[in-house]
Design a protein around this ligand. Sequence first.
Ligand code: IVH
Length: 679
Amino acid sequence: MQGRGLGNKSLEKAKKEIDKLREKIRHHEHKYYVENQPEISDYEFDMLMKRLEELENLFPQLITSDSPTQRVGEKPVEGFPSAEHIPPMLSLENVYSYQEFLEFHDRVARALPDEPVEYVVEMKIDGVSIAVQYEGGILTRAITRGDGFKGDVITENIRTIRSIPLRIKETRAVEVRGEVFMPDEAFEKLNRERELNGENLFANPRNATAGTIRLLDPRMVSQRKIDAFFYYIFIERDFPRLAHWENLQLIKELGFKRNEKIWFCKSPDEVLRIWEEWKDKRDSLPYGVDGLVAKVNSIAQQRRLGNTAKFPRWAIAFKFPAKQAVTKVKEIILNVGRTGAVTPVAILEPVQLAGTTVSRCTLHNEDEIKRKDIRTGDWVTIEKGGDIIPKVVSVVKSRRTGKEKLFKMPRHCPVCGAELYRPAGEVIWRCPNVACPAKRRESILHFVSRNAMDIEHIGEALVDQFLNEGLVEDIGDIYYIKKQDIENLERMGGKSAQNVLDEIERSKKNELWRLIHGLGIRYVGEKTAKILGSHFSSLDKLMEAPYEELVLIPDIGEKVADSIVHFFRDKGNLRIIKKLRKAGVNFKGGKEEEKGPKPLEGKTFVFTGELSKFSRSEASSIVEGLGGKVSSSVSGKTDFVVAGQRPGSKFRKAQQLGLRIISEEEFLKLLSEIGQVLQ
Ligand code: IVH
């Protein structure tokens, strides 16, 4: 009791300052937590609080329960006594469609013949109901909804919510009712922390809120960032104003946080319009809402409509399509995608969710299953996010019977049996076999696609026919299809069959990058394929390239290099490449002038002897880059024979054939002339 000895004068002075400080702090708390419009910095606010704490420490006799310093109790409570609700806290009847909402409206209209009915529409906050009482302007009690007649007194916890005033400017008995909720951001942060600590995750913000307000230690509650919106007010156990809209106004005037998304509607149509708009927009709010609540505005009309045992007849919850549902995991299977990603998928007991029946749901990967501890036979909460793909949010552990089975990721592809691999640093297992039937259709479609081998006339329908008739099993077989086979297919005449064959034939001459892209090597998209196609003089060189060499190529990372090496190790892939080679598909690559003119187009070169300025393969790349062809043997079709030092038998043959033989210098001169022409 340090303050005692300081005399009345200083006590009075302190009281004055304390009162002023509290008033200021309340004002700024309201600005910050209720209106979201702070007028001072956090630092300035903290300084005010610090000063108040100092003074209260000096004069503890001046501490009152409504002081802003007294929000968080210092010790856990021993339990929650129960208290009665007068009047009872009713629940709401739900409707899910406009049809049902109209039925509600008809009932209302029939009970109020010849009277206009106006609705106040509010957001239905996905939280936990609460009643907060004030006497003489001071917060005295906060009670959970409980069964509607009786709830738990959780005053200490509710006091920690900074937007709830501890004191109001109304001295009569006031009760406000509303919804405590946890904003999405706080929910996600909480779950992240729980995950790090190895604690069970909350399935949704509502569960997190319910769990939080029942914590015995208010100090823990104060760290959880929950908040509250109020939508009801009683003064001396009655509505203070004659219309709900006006009561909502009073709630705000008294300093409570009210949800500002409220509408005044004169017809059911207007309600529908708000519902249509917000069912798609609800994710834009920083807290969860699960529908709208439409309430008859006139309190007199509300009284005449009355209540059933459970629900008011003058209000309805017009729910948005559910985004969460609880269902059972019947089985966990594996799905193999085009790129070979092997994804575990939960086969679910079919359940309605946001307007569709959900019977399967991706579990993403092995780690995710472990993290969420999902087992076959588990009851799980599933959810549709903004992307409309359902996901498992959490397991309902309380429904476990002990018969649930742990999931173990198989080591072999469930479809073709190839050994799965998991690239370094990744969470997804992959099937390396390009001929894996599961990947077949997609890999063929990718091979023929415009940005790969660009084989026109082969689309989804034809690929399906090829597969069904057993004409192709993998991309290599495309080059062995016979005209007759195609002609015999449905909707295929001789002419279209020939077109398809011509296209297939043409594709054999494609540049190497198209083939590399078409193979469907994981992480090798068009851009990477082009880099590889011009870096390597042939597919064989790429196939032989070790990881260490691949990672040295600009723009080729470790992940890509690793994937390439794995691809060419797979026996199935090698078989396909053999087929492509035998069919005469171009395997030759090298530097290409992307779009520019091809001055050596149609010219065939043969190199013989040692070159001094470049290697044989560099020289070949240059010629090919300019559109020319490099052949390993001389023939009547050879245009230039480039003879280096100590030329071999090709030189003699060229002489015999009377071909044009040039030296390395002449070759260089030719190139520089071409360069000038190109400039
Ligand atoms: S009015 C007598 N308005 O929804 C009418 N309830 O499903 C009582 N809720 O128990 C409720 N937002 O917890 C009302 N704007 C809102 C609401 C709302 C959420 C909750 C409330 C109620 C439940 C009924």
